[in-house]
Design a protein around this ligand. Structure first.
Ligand code: GZL
Length: 325
């Protein structure tokens, strides 16, 4: 039995005994394909849904999955990738918490002959052959959808001027950079909009709450017309603060969010959020289909974007089914 099968089987047995995270078929038949997946954390409902999607898809494809949760730390992701190289997995999949700092470990994976698929977020590396594919959202398009909604909302309000505050995701992460860039591209040249300030909430509900509180302290409720928040977790934190301050979200202040978590969609239906740009966490099947193709020696596309939409107050929201995250 190949060393890595032995390791995987023993590791799965050990993980199973200690109830750690490993998805493996019955120990009697080692999986033909083993995937090493470095997940960046559990910071939001989106992330938890994404992890579930990857685990369920690996099971459906009959792949062994070594899952490591880095708890928001890049150094732990790098260590996990190195352990996957040692175990000689067939494919490494990871969601890079930030874009920079990956060149060395990706070169080590290439030297070991192990292909790397990026999922959910991109890397900024000197040589883009260091990764085989990126499977995840087009965050620029997501940002543009947020900006396009705001233009429509300003038209509907007959607003002459709107002050915007932006609560951004993790700095140097692809969703943060491109959701901001796409939004600014969409509203560029429209003199009705001023972005007063952008502060990072790191995609966390608790920090979204802190950001909203400090922005209200600084500008007052009358000074803020629009909150553009890069994910639902931070938006839900902002809603907590607006409620405490007696501000009616969705009416006194326009809220634009991203992800499409069930909890946020419920607030959208109540009119407390005005727009949610969908970002699907259900990437597992796309990723595992490309893993399958790679292990069969086929060439795969360099970039795969999932279909995504946008939900706004101007739409018929009765048709939104259960979100699953
Ligand atoms: C987007 C993903 C982001 C989500 C957040 O693809 O990277 O990270 O929008 C999550 O909820 O924290």
């Amino acid at each position: 039995m190949k060393l890595r099968y032995l390791i995987f089987t023993l590791l799965s047995l050990c993980l199973a005994l200690t109830a750690c995270q490993s998805t493996a078929p019955a120990a009697s038949s080692p999986p033909a394909v083993v995937v090493g997946f470095s997940q960046l954390g559990s910071e939001s409902g989106w992330r938890i849904g994404n992890t579930a999607s990857m685990e369920q898809a690996a099971k459906r494809w009959g792949f062994g999955l070594m899952l490591d949760n880095a708890n928001q730390r890049q150094d732990k992701q790098i260590a996990a990738i190195r352990s996957f190289i040692s175990y000689q997995v067939d494919v490494i999949v990871f969601s890079p918490i930030v874009e920079t700092g990956w060149d060395n470990v990706l070169r080590e994976a290439r030297q070991a002959g192990i292909p790397v698929i990026l999922t959910d977020r991109m890397v900024d590396v000197a040589d883009d052959t260091l990764y085989t594919a990126y499977i995840g959202a087009d965050f620029l398009a997501e940002g543009r959808r947020a900006g396009e909604f705001l233009i429509k909302k300003a038209d509907a309000l007959g607003a002459e001027h709107l002050n915007i505050v932006e609560i951004t995701g993790t700095e140097d992460s692809t969703p943060m950079r491109d959701r901001q860039a796409g939004f600014l591209q969409a509203i560029a040249g429209d003199g009705r909009f001023t972005v007063l300030e952008s502060i990072t909430g790191d995609f966390l509900r608790s920090k979204g709450r802190e950001c909203m509180r400090s922005l209200l302290d600084k500008y007052g409720a009358a000074g803020i017309d629009v909150v553009y928040s890069h994910n639902d977790a931070m938006t839900l934190g902002a809603l907590d603060v607006l409620d405490e301050a007696g501000i009616v979200p969705g009416r006194d202040i326009v809220l634009i969010s991203v992800d499409g978590e069930q909890a946020a969609v419920d607030e959208l239906v109540k009119g407390r959020i005005n727009c949610i740009v969908e970002c699907t966490p259900h990437l597992g099947d796309d990723v595992m289909a490309q893993v399958d193709a790679l292990t069969k020696g086929r060439t795969i596309p360099k970039t795969i974007h999932p279909e995504e939409t946008v939900f706004t107050e101007f739409d018929d929201l009765t048709g939104i089914g259960p979100r699953g995250y």
